[in-house]
Write a protein that binds this ligand. Structure first.
Ligand SMILES: Cc1cc2nc3c(=O)[nH]c(=O)nc-3n(C[C@H](O)[C@H](O)[C@H](O)COP(=O)(O)OP(=O)(O)OC[C@H]3O[C@@H](n4cnc5c(N)ncnc54)[C@H](O)[C@@H]3O)c2cc1C
Length: 519
């Protein structure tokens, strides 16, 4: 992906009409753009910041049906998500993995409840099951989770779900959209909707946030896939539009793997506030979360509340023999759930659904809100099928069920580089030609100089933060250490993009400000 070339494609098309403009480059928008491009529609996606900058890089990183939604009786949501889980693991094996979870159980009733519940979960997954659930004794539970407090422990229920790298998945979708003929642009903000004399939407105005250039772009269909920001676009369509989003913040903390000392994840099905808490191994660290805090204000950099961090640490301390302290936390990240609310009663949390919702306004704005990362493919399919059914675009069949997001034919010396898809082989070639590029930028991270240069050339990062947070996951794995490598990343990126020292200094200043939200 080359941003300048993609801008040129946009400018070359200025006098013609796109079939589809997708607003928002998170899981939902990228999923739709990929689906649309592979159906053969002339597709443009615009993201105001970086791809997956908002919620889509801040998930729990699970490809799952949602054991918790099963407990709430939302069978449809779980069945759909389990099916999509299976497809995502098949189509993106380079970014997903089968993860074993153990639910520690302390009463015989819980043994029964969770065993039966998870057997039902397996049943709903059908032939896309990732492995059978089963009960293990107290001693086996302790053997697999040596850090678990054993007082009163009856045993554990083992089950399987998927795990993935959310922002790398977003980049993979963007890249596959481009190789399928679509155009995706980060740092392009949609500022208004253009309507014809009958009040029907016929395009948008957008601004390149980097050059400051304004664009008027015409399209048969505009899709609003802006997650928690969806109501801003609704108000561009109709200034009197009622709120449809009920934002809720979810916080995770990242700690060293020595606190878990296991390849199995822990799942606590019911914390004191009735939520689920996970402690999951991820890239050699452990991600622990999450919370569910209703918010009134939304932004691109949500900040964890002190009480959310304390809650996670306090709950973890109930289960682990060596509980992490605040000073052990390597990164704190907060994400906003774009929950669909009842427009007539926006504050009512009981009516908030975790399933996605597709709406079509009178002027032809197609919006999709809510849902989960796991279901991105199905959400995209339903959105485009709805557009076809409403006569907004011509009929073309969805192809994404079996479309691979990577090339099977590549063999790599380093398994870790498979996350870059075909790029993995190119990175290895760079190292072969110049072995010094094979050295890690910093011993605390695995990322080599070749990798960073390849990312800068091929994945459209525009700031060191794009490289550190979403192309690599350095920021999420160890925020402080990522700040220390930021100057070198800024030098490498500046060289590729043709920027000077002043640009680097400004970028580092910005990164320092961003990082405060993660410490
Ligand atoms: C804490 C937490 C944990 C989660 N864990 C999981 C999980 O483990 N598994 C799972 O399946 N799901 C999970 N989810 C749900 C999943 O992450 C979300 O459903 C998904 O990421 C939402 O994607 P989205 O594209 O709708 O929204 P976003 O990722 O927020 O993307 C919307 C994008 O629109 C852009 N935008 C807004 N306005 C404009 C504009 N005017 N012009 C251009 N662009 C604009 C924004 O910058 C943003 O990037 C979790 C959610 C949270 C909050």
């Amino acid at each position: 992906m080359n941003r300048n070339e993609l801008i040129k494609t946009l400018e070359d098309h200025q006098s013609t009409e796109w079939d589809i403009i997708v607003t928002g480059g998170g899981a939902t928008g990228l999923g739709i753009a990929f689906d649309a491009a592979t159906r053969g529609y002339k597709t443009l996606l615009l993201e105001q910041s970086d791809f997956s900058k908002a919620t889509s890089s801040r998930s729990t990183k699970l490809v799952h049906g949602g054991v918790r939604y099963l407990a709430q009786g939302d069978i449809l949501l779980v069945t759909e998500a389990l099916h999509e889980r299976g497809l995502m693991l098949k189509n993106a094996p380079h970014l997903t993995a089968n993860q074993e979870f153990i639910i520690p159980v302390y009463t015989l009733w819980d043994v029964f409840l969770y065993f039966v519940g998870l057997k039902f979960y397996d049943l709903l997954a059908g032939r896309l099951s990732m492995g059978k659930s089963y009960f293990i004794s107290r001693s086996k539970t302790i053997a697999r989770l040596p850090v678990l407090k054993s007082e009163g422990l009856k045993g554990g229920i083992v089950y399987h779900d998927g795990q993935f790298d959310d922002s790398r998945m977003a980049i993979a979708l963007a890249e596959r959209c481009v190789t399928s003929g679509g155009t995706v642009l980060n740092y392009f903000r949609v500022n208004s909707l253009i309507k014809d004399e009958k009040g029907k939407i016929e395009g948008i105005t957008a601004r390149d946030q980097i050059s400051g250039k304004e664009y008027i772009i015409h399209s048969k269909l505009v899709i609003n896939a802006t997650g928690v920001f969806a109501d801003e676009i609704h108000r561009m369509d109709n200034p009197a539009a009622k709120p449809t989003i009920r934002p809720s913040q979810g916080v995770h903390v990242v700690i060293d793997s020595s606190f878990l000392r296991s390849n199995s994840a822990i799942m606590i099905p019911k914390t004191d506030d009735g939520r689920v808490l996970f402690a999951i191994p991820w890239y050699g660290k452990v991600v622990v979360g999450t919370t569910d805090t209703p918010l009134d204000n939304i932004g691109l950099e949500p900040k964890a509340l002190d009480e959310e961090i304390s809650f996670i640490l306090k709950t973890t301390a109930k289960y682990l023999t060596r509980p992490p302290q605040r000073s052990d936390v390597l990164c704190i990240f907060a994400g906003l759930r774009p929950l669909a609310a009842n427009p007539d009663n926006p504050g009512a949390t009981k009516e908030v659904s975790r399933r996605h919702k597709i709406t079509l306004s009178r002027s032809g704005l197609l919006s999709i809100i809510g849902g989960k990362w796991t279901s991105y493919r199905r959400m995209a399919e339903e959105t485009l099928d709805r557009a076809i059914k409403s006569g907004l675009i011509e009929k073309r069949e969805c192809r994404t069920k079996t479309l691979k997001l990577f090339d099977n034919g590549i063999s790599l010396k380093s398994d870790r580089l498979k996350i870059y898809g075909t790029g993995g082989a190119e990175i290895e070639k760079m190292i072969e030609n110049q072995p010094s590029l094979g050295l890690p930028v910093d011993p605390r991270f695995p990322y080599t100089r070749a990798e960073i240069i390849w990312i800068c050339r091929n994945e459209m990062p525009q700031t060191p933060e794009d490289v550190l947070a979403r192309r690599t996951r350095a920021l999420f794995l160890d925020a402080r250490a990522s700040l220390e490598i930021a100057p070198e990343i800024a030098i490498l990126l500046a060289k590729e993009l043709g920027f000077d020292r002043t640009w680097q200094d400004k970028q580092l200043e910005n990164y320092k400000n961003v990082i405060n939200n993660y410490l």
